[in-house]
Design a protein around this ligand. Structure first.
Ligand code: AMP
Ligand code: ZN
Ligand code: FE
Ligand code: FE
Length: 293
């Protein structure tokens, strides 16, 4: 059974429509697909409606969170699975995050325009097409303007977090986000906890404090994790009783990785489903086969 639990559609910063993403999952031989757009449940309805009969879908969101370290904010991504999408706290926080993304995205564009880069706010908003605005949308504008060859090149240059055009965004405090997802009946899982600098704040002790708030899992197998880090996270998850997931973090043509490139073991998925309140069930064959009740 092939399970990929973390992917993005064009309802956030992927390039595939929900229909294309689902078709891609089937073509890649996946049995279970997690759809986890950033800071929105806006794609859940389309994904539910378009799900091919043989594919199990686990609905979720990737929450933008932050942890303070020495007066600076470190960005941490938190996956939330199978939570109540009508939960008022989450609905309000997603709205705030999307507004913050819009303002911050436009601020980055203004910095680029001021430096003479030929893109515009209007163009980036058209590319985002109503999705929560992210740097990949600006990256596509930079590709269209001919100043970089790919979105990956854009991240290495104009969109770098260390570069002069970068503007941070006010994300949710990580402990609050963990509590919020757990309170809404969902399953909080740390996304790529050793991806890009998260390790500075996500120490084993700190992750332990998140477990007390309801953290249920860690993403171990992720394209940004090398073998050493995966070993460390496996050991940590075993010690803290956390579910271990694996996922591609597929973004369509914005990134070079493939659907199903990394995957989750079936018993780990069963443990994840067990940790949800049941307010939202997986959709498809696996739900009918039981598990999690
Ligand atoms: P933002 O959320 O606006 O700060 O942008 C960061 C997001 O861009 C993360 O979700 C990344 O996964 C995503 N992303 C998409 N394509 C790339 C890429 N080529 N390099 C780095 N990050 C990327
Ligand atoms: Zn993304
Ligand atoms: Fe992420
Ligand atoms: Fe992601």
């Amino acid at each position: 059974m092939l399970i990929d639990l973390h992917t993005h559609s064009d309802r956030s910063d992927g390039t595939d429509t929900p229909v294309q993403l689902l078709a891609g999952a089937v073509a890649a031989g996946l049995d279970v697909l997690g759809v986890t757009d950033h800071d929105t449940t806006g794609g859940w309805e389309a994904v539910t409606a378009a799900r091919p009969a043989g594919l199990t879908v686990v609905l979720g969101t990737e929450f933008s969170t932050q942890v303070a370290l020495a007066g600076r904010q470190v960005s941490v991504h938190l996956l939330g699975y199978l939570f109540d999408p009508t939960d008022p706290t989450i609905v309000a926080e997603h709205l705030r995050l999307r507004q913050a993304r819009l303002l911050r995205g436009m601020a980055i564009v203004q910095r680029l325009v001021a430096a003479g880069v030929p893109i515009s706010e209007q163009q980036v908003l058209e590319i985002a097409a109503g999705a929560p605005v992210g740097r990949p949308h600006i990256g596509r504008a930079l590709v269209a303007a001919g100043v970089v060859d790919s979105v990956t090149d854009a991240f290495a240059t104009y969109l770098s977090g260390q570069g002069p055009y970068y503007v941070p965004k006010p994300d949710t405090d990580l402990p609050a986000a963990v509590s919020m997802i757990a309170a809404a009946g969902g399953v909080p899982v740390l996304a790529h906890p050793r991806g890009r600098g998260e390790g500075r704040v996500l120490t084993p002790d700190y992750i332990g404090t998140l477990v007390d708030l309801g953290l249920a899992g860690v993403e171990v197998d992720h394209p940004d994790h090398g073998p050493e880090v995966r070993g460390e996270l496996r050991e940590l998850a075993g010690r803290l009783g956390l579910v271990m997931t694996g996922s591609s973090d597929y973004h369509g043509s914005n990134k070079t990785l493939r659907l199903g490139q990394e995957h989750t073991a079936p018993e780990q998925l069963a443990a994840l489903i067990d940790r949800s309140s049941g307010v939202v069930r997986p959709l498809g064959p696996l739900a009918r086969a039981g598990g999690g009740e």
